[in-house]
Design a binder for this molecule. Structure first.
Ligand SMILES: [Zn+2]
Length: 50
């Protein structure tokens, strides 16, 4: 259970996308839009609290 779906955000163009974060296979993350490697991993959005 090393894989987790996390949200990535490109710091270059602001593109956000979901991807798999595998702690055992850390690959270089690049933006699918502008191919920048300035991609930051964001916490997965939680359900809104009432
Ligand atoms: Zn980008």
């Amino acid at each position: 259970m090393a894989e987790r779906e996390v949200l990535f955000k490109c710091l270059n163009c602001g593109h956000e996308y979901l991807g798999m974060f595998d702690m055992n296979n850390v690959t270089e993350r690049v933006c699918s839009k502008c191919r920048s490697n300035s991609v930051r991993r964001l916490p997965k959005p939680k359900p809104a609290k009432k």
